[in-house]
Design a protein around this ligand. Structure first.
Ligand code: SF4
Length: 456
């Protein structure tokens, strides 16, 4: 199903759409306040972009350096070419540890690899411990946002979910009470978790350590209580030095939620005595993206979600309408790299206003890449038939000034005389559902211009 069709399901609830739009815009405004609070923000962005550019240009060297240092720290490093291999490695490690359950802190990579269903099908109980992730897990849904996985849900929805799964009183919607219930529920899970899986925000080549940022401290609780820690990372998470880390942590939280820094920035360098630590480094299409000059900059992404919060299409169509692990503008660039045919509608889910590029803390040229994907998708013949026909018609009109002028005249006259009920009939013109058409001008710009020229 294409993005517009999935978005139609979301926008059919107008009240929820408006609320979703306003909530994310609020986060965007918080980001703006935090950003304007530090005068050197633009320099930080440039620096972060340059560090990532440099790292990507020597990724092979930094990966080897990282592996070497991690192994020297007593960490076991595994390489996975794709999602399938990643899942197999993780399952093997869990089985070797003799475990049947695990706790997992937020990791978009494991979502990308569909690790949860794979493990559950193999008899392993998986508990997501990030509050938002746990909510969507209980509802058997995918996260709808990189940083705010349950942002599509209202507190009433969460209350009903917790009533069904955690036994909270029916109708309870007080966020404090619901958080308290989740906290008690998750504490039990932490205590019995034998294995802890975490994502990785940054992997430092010169030390072999990984850094995980959370606001709830759930990664720390999981790792410190479990016998085995498995950190799963995409190979683009590398940064060269610990000294570079501050650049990214200052940008990440401000861009994501408007906080000066994430509540917990945890460094995991080696296993505690008597325990195991594993790092699984995953490719899953990243090398292919690295080899595409027009799109390699998308690998700079630090998954802050700012491009989603600002995108007018994301805000009004919801994360699930993208049907890809990473939604929003950055997801629309990453997804065709994985499967262009399946995700061919996503680069069109944008107004190309460029707001995503403006807020991106690592200066990815997101809207330019969206435009590039559109061209490739059209060249590869992956446009839907209606769009192809529409484009053909439009190009033949635009190539013939006489027909273009005539079309403009007919539209101007038509709009003046056609009854409002017809121009705004929702079956014919869904655009006019919540908008008025502008009043048709009496003459075209071309006629007006010609008139002025004559006067002079
Ligand atoms: S593309 Fe930029 S703004 Fe979007 S999630 Fe990645 S780092 Fe953040």
């Amino acid at each position: 199903m294409s993005h517009p069709l999935r978005a139609a399901a979301f926008t059919s609830d107008a009240e929820r759409t408006t609320w979703h739009d306003e909530t994310l815009w609020f986060v965007r405004q918080k980001r703006d306040k935090a950003v304007y609070g530090i005068p050197e923000f633009q320099q930080l962005r440039q620096l972060a972009s340059d560090i990532k550019e440099h790292t990507l240009s020597r990724l092979d060297e930094y990966l080897e350096q990282f592996e070497q240092n991690a192994r020297a720290n007593g960490v076991q490093v595994h390489w996975a070419a794709d999602a399938e291999e990643h899942n197999r490695i993780v399952l093997d490690l869990i089985r070797k540890a003799g475990a049947t359950s695990l706790v997992k802190s937020k990791s978009m990579l494991t979502e990308e690899c569909h690790l949860n269903p794979y493990l559950v099908n193999n008899g392993i109980a998986v508990v997501d411990t990030d509050l938002g992730e746990r909510i969507v897990q209980l509802r058997e849904e995918a996260p709808s946002h990189l940083v705010l996985p349950a942002i599509h849900l209202k507190k009433e929805d969460v209350g009903e979910t917790f009533h069904q799964h955690l036994g909270t009183p029916k109708g309870e919607k007080d966020p404090q009470a619901l958080t308290e219930a989740a906290r008690l529920h998750l504490r039990e899970k932490f205590l019995i978790g034998e294995v802890a899986i975490t994502g990785v925000n940054f992997a430092v080549a010169e030390t072999g350590a990984v850094v995980v940022c959370t606001n709830e401290g759930n990664a720390d609780l999981g790792v410190n209580l479990a016998r085995v820690h498995i950190a799963c990372m995409g190979l683009e998470k590398l940064i060269p030095r610990t000294a570079d880390l501050g650049v990214f942590t200052r940008l990440l939280a401000r861009s994501a939620t408007g906080q000066p820094v994430t509540t917990y920035t945890s460094h995991f360098a080696r296993p505690a005595a008597g325990r195991e630590m594993h790092i699984v480094i995953v490719d899953n299409g990243r090398t292919r993206q690295l080899g595409r000059p027009d799109f390699r900059a998308s690998l700079k992404c630090i998954r802050c979600g700012a491009c989603m919060n600002t995108c007018p299409v994301y805000r009004r169509s919801g994360g699930h309408s993208y049907d890809f692990t990473v939604p929003g503008p950055i997801g629309a660039i990453l997804s065709p790299n994985i499967d262009m045919r399946q995700h061919s509608s996503l680069p069109f889910a944008s107004t190309l206003c460029g707001s995503c590029t403006d807020v991106c803390p690592v200066k990815i040229d997101i809207h330019a890449q969206l435009y590039k994907w559109r061209q490739i998708i059209a060249q590869e013949g992956e446009l839907p038939a209606a769009k192809k026909l529409g484009m053909k018609l439009l190009s033949s009109v635009l190539a013939r000034p006489g027909i273009y002028r005539l079309g403009g005249k007919i539209a101007r006259e038509g709009l003046r005389f056609l009854p409002h009920g017809l121009t705004h009939a929702q079956a014919l013109n869904p655009w006019a559902k919540a908008r008025e058409l502008p009043e048709a001008p009496k003459q075209s710009f071309r006629d007006w211009y010609a008139q002025q020229a004559v006067k002079q």
